[in-house]
Structure formats: C-alpha cells, structure tokens
Design a binder for this molecule. Structure first.
Ligand SMILES: *Cc1c(COP(=O)(O)O)cnc(C)c1O
Length: 299
C-alpha cells in the first residue's frame, strides 16, 4: 500500500513562489480510505490481541469511518456493528448499502441516545447486547488512532515547511502534530464550525498520546462553508476546476474545503516565497455517491 506524493503545477503557485505536493492517502487502500485506514490499523491489532471477534463503532449515515470499518471487518475477519445516528431511511444510501454489503450489522439510535455514545453506561449496555465487541469511538479517533496517524508523515521524502490537513474529530491532526514533534507548521482546516473546541481536543489527544504539548499546530477556521457537510457554489466550482486541472478527485466535506482554503491562503500571500507545502488527501471519496444522491450535486 502506498500513498505517493504528487506535485501540483499551477500558475497560482508559480506566481507566489511556493511549491505544493498532495500526499495521496486516498490511494492507500481501495475501500479502507485514507486517514480511516491509519486510525484503524492499531485498533485492529489491539482487537485481535484482546481476542475480540466483533468491532462496534458509531457514525452518521454518510460516515466514511462506518464504511471503512465495515470494509476492514470484512478484510480482516471481524464481524462489524455500526451504530448509526438517526432513523433508518430506505432505500439505504450508498454508504450504508456498502456497509451492509461488507457484512456490517446496523443499529439505528435516536439523536438523543447518540449523544451518549461516549458514556460508559451506554457503552456497557451495547457491549452486553453484542457479546463484548471491541468498541471504536465515532470517527475512529482514540489513542491508537493518533498513533496510526503519526505514520502519515513517515514517508514524505521531500523537504517541506507546512503540512495541511482537514479535521473532523481532530485525531488525524493530532497524529500528524505528535509525529512531527514540534517541527514544521501544521495547518488544520476544520470541516465544522466551532474551532476553539477542536483546539483543546487536539491538544488533549496529543497529550494523551505522548505527554507533550506542541505549539506548531494552527487551526484555520474560515473555510467550513457554514458547517459540516454544508456546501456553496464557489466550493463546488473550485473542486471541479481542481479535479480537471490536477486529476485528483476530491470530496466536498473535508478535502475540498481544505484545498479551497489552502489555495485562498496562497492567493492572500500567507506563505513566504520559497515555501514548500504538503497537503494531505485524507480520502473519503466513498461519500461522493451519497452526496450526489442527497443533493443532486455532481461532485
Ligand atoms: C474522517 C475524515 C477526516 C477527519 O479526520 P479526523 O481525524 O476526524 O479529524 C478528514 N478527511 C476525510 C476525508 C475524512 O474521511
């Protein structure tokens, strides 16, 4: 499995004297995509070590993590349970159809119940209901996920000054920052509103992982486009132009917003001349089919 570095050529980059590479984590695995593979890797090892045969995890109906966990279960021989926020809608969307085709069993819970997804009592209840599965939190983020995400930076055989990634739970960003041990500048683009919360979350994840604090992570909070899974015409136009020019597929929830933001920062002169930038393509392309179906928008 490989995630090659792909250098982009673009007049905007030349005009500002910066160089940009995209690390194609989306190519790591055909169905266990990008950062979700990084996050699952050590969790799967730990589940095996503890003698579990079943994985249980949480997500929304379009969750990349649900799709990745279902695929990982099928590939590595675990039964999988997906606890899904909200009611069942038939026909199933492409994400949940895929999960089921991998053998995942789905349990729908109300949005109120879903808020208890990290509470020990609720987890205990689920654990008993499904004969003690290995439980992975929403988005796949835990300490072993952070460990896995430190490996994103291991095979970048290119000097760089900045590294950029999209963020949901912040687990991926935490792994990258922890892996860099204070070196380079890490720009983190949240896909949700409410960056302050994420800042704290990332710091805590890093501290839990390695007992250290680093100050080279920076949240860039201006490019969420109104919130999680919200889109605007200019985002879709950017993505379309980007895909045509660079032949790299994007999705609008994470990677599209991150690259839109990165290009906007370049345009504003944020990066000194001569800067080398690496943008992490965290994958998630499975979500595009559902996006298209739901909004009628071609991605
Ligand atoms: C899940 C996901 C993210 C967010 O990762 P976190 O570790 O939760 O911050 C970013 N990009 C893509 C494509 C994802 O699927």
């Amino acid at each position: 499995m490989e995630a090659p570095l792909q250098q982009l050529s673009d007049p905007l980059l030349d005009a500002h004297g910066v160089e940009l590479w995209v690390k194609r984590e989306d190519l790591l695995h055909p169905t266990i995509s990008g950062n979700k593979w990084r996050k699952l890797k050590y969790n799967l090892q730990e589940a095996t070590r503890q003698g579990h045969h079943t994985l249980l995890t949480f997500g929304g109906a379009y969750s990349n993590h649900i799709a990745a966990t279902a695929a990982a279960g099928q590939e590595f021989g675990f039964d999988t349970i997906g606890v899904i926020r909200g009611e069942e809608h038939l026909p199933l969307n492409p994400t949940l159809q895929f999960a089921i085709s991998c053998g995942m069993q789905l349990q729908y819970i109300s949005r109120e119940q879903y808020r208890q997804k990290d509470e020990p009592a609720f987890l205990q209840e689920l654990s008993e209901q499904y004969s003690k599965p290995y439980i992975i939190p929403e988005g796949g983020t835990n300490n072993l996920a952070v460990q896995g995400c430190t490996e994103i930076i291991q095979d970048i055989n290119q000097d760089y000054d900045y590294i950029c990634c999209a963020a949901g739970t912040g687990g991926t960003a935490a792994g990258i920052i922890a892996g860099l041990k204070g070196e380079k500048q890490v720009l983190v683009f949240p896909a949700l509103k409410g960056g302050d919360f994420l800042q704290k979350e990332i710091q805590e994840l890093i501290y839990t992982y390695c007992g250290q604090e680093f100050s080279n992570g920076h949240l860039i909070t201006d490019y969420h486009f109104g919130g999680y899974a919200k889109i605007k015409p200019e985002l879709m136009a950017f993505m379309q132009a980007f895909q045509e020019q660079h032949h790299i597929p994007l999705e609008p929830i994470y990677t599209g917003k991150m690259l839109f933001g990165l290009f906007d920062l370049i345009r504003q002169g944020y990066f000194p001349k001569g800067s080398h930038i690496v943008a992490i393509h965290t994958g998630g392309l499975q979500g595009n089919a559902g996006f298209k179906q739901r909004l009628g928008v071609e991605v």
